[in-house]
Ligand binder design. Structure first.
Ligand code: ATP
Ligand code: MG
Length: 159
């Protein structure tokens, strides 16, 4: 199992290569510095990233783009952001989007498949790791979801 964050993120993208090609969505992955991820719970965080990338693809029109970026900040946290050029989320729905089964207007999501659980599960996992997840969005412009995770050092103590 690799411990390099760039490779981990590339692998997430690879898992969606079929859908990405089908919708002609371009993806960029940018990791600031070399980030070791030996401390990361790969299974849990992969599940979070899969959920977020799946959303980014599902709610982005053909020919759009997705930018995945990661950097560690001054406060010892790793920030992973997934940004899309999709349909966005109306302001009135933003504060409910992490609720179980909440989906923005049923007509819009009916044909897309899914249950409305992805974001709530993602938030549960991230919180279980002591992190947080935030979402910014604008209708018809796009969405950026940021996952903040406390970097845990070898000994198990937060950085
Ligand atoms: P599931 O994840 O269970 O397959 P889902 O994708 O509908 O279903 P969530 O991932 O929880 O559920 O997202 C909730 C709702 O938030 C979605 O139905 C969609 O309306 C909106 N949403 C989530 N991510 C995005 C995004 N990147 N762009 C636009 N809307 C989004
Ligand atoms: Mg989803």
């Amino acid at each position: 199992q690799n411990t390099d964050l760039s490779e981990m993120l590339e692998e997430v993208v690879d898992r969606f290569s079929f859908q990405l090609r089908q919708k002609a969505i371009t993806v960029s992955v940018k990791v600031e510095n070399k980030q070791n991820t030996a401390w990361l719970d790969r299974d849990g965080i992969d599940q979070v990233l899969d959920n977020l990338v799946s959303n980014a693809i599902k709610y982005t029109l053909d020919g759009g783009s997705i930018d995945i970026s990661a950097k560690s900040n001054e406060t010892g946290q790793l920030a992973i952001a997934i940004k899309d050029t999709g349909i966005g989320i109306p302001k009135k729905d933003l504060n409910r989007i992490f609720e179980r089964f909440y989906r923005v207007d049923k007509a819009r999501s009916r044909n897309m498949g899914g249950t409305g659980l992805g974001l709530s599960i993602a938030r549960e996992i991230v919180r279980a790791h002591g992190g947080s997840i935030t979402l910014e969005s604008e209708s018809n412009v796009g969405t950026v979801v940021t996952v903040l995770l406390p970097i845990v050092q070898e000994g198990g103590e937060p950085a």
